[in-house]
Write a protein of this length. Sequence first.
Lengths: 384, 354
Amino acid sequence: MRNKEIRMPILPVEAYYSQEWFDLEQEHIFGKTWHFAGFTEDINEPGDYITAQVGSDNILVIKGNDHKLRAFHNVCRHRGTQLLRAEGNERKAITCPYHDWTYSIEGDLLSIPNQETEFPNLNCKNMGLHKASVDIWRGMIFVHPEPQAPSILQWFNGVEEYLGPHRPEELIEYEEGMTEHTINSNWKIVAENYIDGYHLSHLHSNTLNMYDHSKQESGFVGPHYVFYEPLEKEYLDNLENYAPYPLIDHIPREQVGAYVPLLFPNLGLGEGECDWSIFLIIPIAPDKTKVITRSKVMNASSLNFAKQGLLSNAYWNKKISGKYFGKNSDDPMASGDFMAEDIFACEQQQKSLKSSRFFVGATAINLEASVRQFQQIIRDYIPK
Amino acid sequence: MSQMQNAQVVKLQKHGKYATTVTLKVDATEPIINKKSGQFINIELDIDGKSYSRSYSLHNAHKTIYPQFTVKRVKDGVVSNYIFEHLKEGDKIRISNPNGKFFINSDANKYRTHYFFAAGSGITPIFCMINDLLENEPHSAVYLFYGNQDTKQILFKDELTNNVEKYPNRFYMAHALSSSFWGASKVGGLPAFTGIIDKKKVKWLFENCPPVAQEVVYYVCGPGTMNTDISNILQELDVPESLIKMESYNPTSSVPVSSNGNGEAKLLYTLDDERWETVVPSGKTLLQTLKDDGINVPHSCQAGICGMCAAQLKKGTVKMGNNFVLTDDEIADGKILCCQSVATSPELEIEFDD
């Protein structure tokens, strides 16, 4: 029998496959923190709304005619039906599709069909939608399941000085940067992979080699992981010609590099020299995780993009390749795509967790310190 | 609470033919403490042997021995024209401590969006609030819609324009000019629209300056019906009434209500934990009655604006004139403004808050 005390190295191995741990995390981490819900431009017009899955809660965010956002739990007070679908526009009111109970944009219950005969004693005043919290930070909409959430400034206190000088609200999203992957591993394996500084030179030896991993700097600000590494010399020296897209114009030369934080618990950012992206890690089941990426670039003409692509194409063709030269063209390790390499590594690790011989032999003193600290933070969130 | 102290005029600065900025120095060694930007002081001036009292919003948001305020000239206004034409550096006047309920508490840890709607001299408390927020609430944004008759009337035009340049990501404003012949144009490089601040303009502001920080507060200060008009527009645009803060700014602060009470009334009142009794003559306000009795009741503007003389009505009924302070809920709970209340029942009992 395998030893029950196996640790990863801080959290017990069960934390990566048991439903019990999954539920505890949903309640104590995802139910009590701020979460990415979208970019500000996802909700443009009054009445526009989006929904976000935050742990077990679905939160809707809707814009009023005052252009202020309101957040509610997406649950009808009648029989609990989910009110709104993923995105859309409800200019005047929020109506439940099931029995047409209707709420104002402030969440007050406005009308109930056949109220006089069917609900003569129901007090509408006590039946408003459950409020959640919403705020905007760095061009992103964040929600919190609690109505009186601690301030978002407090939550991200001190983080900003370790992020890039990027102004994401001035950049524009491009369609190819929008991806969705389902990964067969626990969400923490994906998160730990995101903050593991040790694997960069190895798993991604031929895909992330435009960065100088030997000069990486990282640490934690509260529960949030922050990371920076400069560009590799040849790339930096020829940046104007080798950058695949037009360079982001508001980054001073001495600050160029990759800023790759993981905002607790599950939002990775990738802030680079010519693109800015999010990496959202959504737990689906103990061994299933959805990752959504969205990317932004300079608001430049397609001609400029084409020119920059032509200039840099030869460099990247030579620079980037698979780690292994597999015969099989769909081998992630031969793909030359770092995302495919990461997904492969995460799934391979998940597969071993229940092995009778599974054991974490040792972790790197420096380059895997982040993994240990992340696990300690998770540990601290879960009541003993 | 509203004791008067002596002050000396140390500087007078005229803005064209329209306004005067007065800088005083208080005589006492103790600075006056303007705890909350947006508050005003009362000044007392003797003009031609008569004593006049007016309220002016302070520019200084902090502790100071140099309180400063700006007075816009009002047609036929005794005090504003006296200040413009006759007040001299070195003159002595009497002033009260700052008070009033229209203010903000700036807070460096807050992350808020503040929308201001001002017209005419209604800018004076708002100017102070905006400066305080820009200096002391670094994460928050401030937006202003500012109405005037024409470009010559715009108080603090340069200071506000400079703030837009100084705080490019945190402050923006637009003008509304009610008697301008021209269509949308610019004042100091900033958008200027024709007409008063109406729904279309408010929508324009929200569309072009949407709130980033989602804790949002709305402040309105102007003359006449502006406050209720803007408040109604905001509510039509989904703003909850509870987030709208207003102060009425009429060019001359009207002094006591003329009202017809229903005969004299016996008044029982509790002040500083002691109970007293007096008689209120028909049509006289409760505040005036107590003042005539030589009682030192907290009060300031005597125009239903500042809220200093608020009391709790325990028994009887009153009729109130102006009220720019108490909410409907407070009135329903029996709060009254003594300076605006005349008795409408033969017996009254009131209690002053501590």
